[in-house]
Design a protein around this ligand. Structure first.
Ligand SMILES: [Zn+2]
Ligand SMILES: [Zn+2]
Length: 456
């Protein structure tokens, strides 16, 4: 099957492409780029992408799809549906399921469920330690053979430097990146929000920025010691960004990601404050458990550091940390409610906000969402629209104003602080291995005959 994406503006930083191009796909692979004036190849179905951006398929390296074990929050199928609706052709799912993905059997189960769903490609991440318990290393080699792309005990930090050293050495032996949830428990001490002015005002137990930073600094030192590839998850503080910047200056194999909520909202959002957030939040109320996540929303100065890191390249990737929870769980008292929010369908819109504000360029956005995630995980046939690569494509409308309505989310969960938020720019089509798996309703109207022809 041949598919031509016609008259779009292509941004592919890996190839240095930033110009109007047609893209030809055949049998799930990229054939090549053509100029707008080239004739349509025989037998090709056509998507008209006039006025739209055509980019390599976006990859979210950090999501929680909850299956096996917590299917009432999310299944691999519902998570994959939310992924493609948000513009992601590939998502990497964390191992903190029940059972934990610390074995080839669970890894294979995740891959089989994803194949059954047949939407976004779901790449499993295996646990660092058995049951993510922090005491005994998991069988990384066995899981790698079964299909994991990285290891992480996300949700928990590896508790001791000695254990982390062994984990890095082991992961390095299998050439697996280690994705690091940085949180020193002895400093976080059961905190439920950022320690600072607002935790004092609200009477909530805080966790200081240092709880994240001591682990980040420790693990950068261990990356130097072991030579392992270390990727810091959801960096949220100035000190963590600075630690990564120093590690990169030294030439270490350290990378990191930031989540949209960590640059969009400050800890004032926990108090329901609208004005003190970088962008106003409609309908905000104090003690909203949809402002509770780990790491927590931070203060303004930390946000500035995240924005600097996104701008100067210290931060490599944007990842949602999509963490679905059932409404009954999030309706508990702030102290009792679980950490985390859903994010797959708002991530691209919130990243586009940065482009609109002039913080980053559109090209940089594509780097953060596609080029670099593929590089970090060594996904060699993704992240670039080279001839022969998987035809994973995200098509963006940078102009369209829209309002996120969580009641229409594809996720099984509704825990988001971004319901009813107005955004500009979104993914209007997602193509996975040459197959159109998501078309925005307005986009399909725009190109009705052609798009429906392409889907047949
Ligand atoms: Zn985490
Ligand atoms: Zn996470």
């Amino acid at each position: 099957m041949r598919l031509l994406i016609k008259n779009g503006y292509m941004i592919d930083p890996a190839q240095g492409v930033n110009t109007g191009k047609n893209l030809l796909i055949e049998d799930g692979r990229v054939v090549g780029l053509m100029s707008h004036s080239d004739p349509t190849p025989e037998g090709a179905e056509v998507i008209d992408a006039t006025g739209l951006i055509v980019a390599p398929g976006f990859i979210d390296v950090h999501v929680h799809l909850r299956e096996p074990g917590h299917e009432y929050k999310e299944t691999i199928a519902s998570g994959a549906a939310a992924a493609v609706a948000g513009g992601f052709s590939t998502v990497c799912t964390m191992p903190n399921t029940n059972p934990v993905n610390d074995s080839a059997a669970v890894t294979r189960f995740v891959i089989e469920q994803a194949e059954r769903a047949n939407l976004a490609d779901v790449l499993p991440i295996g646990a660092i330690t058995k049951n993510s318990g922090g005491t005994e290393l998991a069988e990384m080699g066995e899981m790698k053979d079964a299909g994991i792309v990285a290891v992480s005990d996300d949700g928990h930090a590896v508790p001791t430097a000695g254990m982390m050293r062994r984990a890095m050495e082991y992961a390095r032996g299998f050439d697996l990146p280690l994705i690091d949830h940085c949180e020193d428990k002895s400093l976080a001490r059961g905190g439920v929000m950022h320690e600072g002015h607002w935790s004092l005002v609200l009477g909530l137990r805080g966790m200081p920025a240092a709880a994240e930073e001591v682990d980040a600094i420790r693990d950068c030192a261990l990356a130097e010691l072991t030579g392992a590839r270390v990727h810091l998850a959801h960096v949220s503080t100035r000190g963590t960004v600075e630690a990564v910047r120093r590690a990169k200056e030294k030439g270490l194999a350290v990378t990191c990601e930031a989540a949209p909520h960590h640059w969009t909202l400050t800890d004032a959002a926990v108090a329901g404050e609208r004005g003190s957030s970088p962008t106003a939040r409609e309908g905000a109320v104090p003690y909203d458990t949809n402002t509770k996540m780990s790491p927590p929303l931070r203060s303004r100065d930390h946000i500035e550091a995240i924005l600097e890191g996104l701008r100067d390249g210290t931060i490599d990737a944007i990842a949602s940390d999509h963490a679905p929870h059932h409404a009954d769980e999030k309706e508990l008292e702030f102290d009792q409610a679980p950490f985390g929010i859903i994010g797959l369908e708002t991530s691209v819109g919130l990243a586009m906000d940065l482009v609109k504000q002039g913080v980053i360029s559109l090209e940089r956005l594509v780097e953060l969402c596609a080029t670099n995630p593929a590089r970090i995980l060594k996904l060699e046939d993704r992240g670039a629209l080279r001839p022969g690569a998987r035809a994973d494509i995200t098509i963006l409308d940078t102009e369209k104003s829209w309002t996120f309505d969580v009641s229409r989310s594809k996720s099984k969960s509704r825990n988001t602080p971004f319901d009813k938020r107005n955004l500009t720019g979104l993914a209007v089509a997602t193509i996975v291995a040459g197959r159109i798996v998501f078309l925005h309703p307005d986009f399909s109207r725009l190109t009705a005959s052609r798009a429906s022809a392409a889907r047949r």
